[in-house]
Design a protein around this ligand. Sequence first.
Ligand SMILES: [Zn+2]
Length: 229
Amino acid sequence: MRQFLIALLIFVVVGGPLALYRQWIDVPPRWNPWAPLDLRDTPNWLTAYKLRRLQGDAELCRTVLDTSALRYVALPDSTPAADCPLTNTVRVQGSEMRLSSSFIATCPVAAAFALFERHGLQPAAEQRFGQRVVQVDHVGSFACRTIAGSQRRSQHASANALDIVGFRLADGRRISVLRDWPGEDDKSLFLRQVQQAACSSFNTTLGPDYNAAHRDHFHLDMGGFRMCR
Ligand SMILES: [Zn+2]
């Protein structure tokens, strides 16, 4: 009996993943850890893992970006500043939304942004205002620098982060992190909802409640630390 249970355990632990990997059994791609992420699919517990896989694989990452509405140009690896080489980056030009300006980002940041737009930001805007966000206002992604007040390299030094300061709705209304975060009206509740949504796409999401340096923007990055504050 004991041997049978051990055999059964081995079958499940080894056989299951192997069968998935070899495609002996047919599982929808969104439940298959080896299938590339499709940014149109509703996120599930495999999504964070699939996003992480994009870090070292530019080709896979660009295939994944092509499942979104993101308009982007793939960039060759470069060293725009001596201490800040850029690898696996793209220039994001827009999506179904406009951007206040195009920005350079690592491909995983671009993928997380597309995921955030489709599954977090736009549903929040539809729910609260009955309309869509048509523009994202940001203050940049790449800056060859350390974290303010620290010796540690910022995720911005590798274009692995994006700072968003506000949103514009289809009817022209503007929502600003600095002005609208405090309070309890629709705009502030929207911003809180948007921050929570960002937390499920990006590894790190920091907002005005984190510290004074973030009182006017959401910092979103794909660095190693999982933080949502
Ligand atoms: Zn930042």
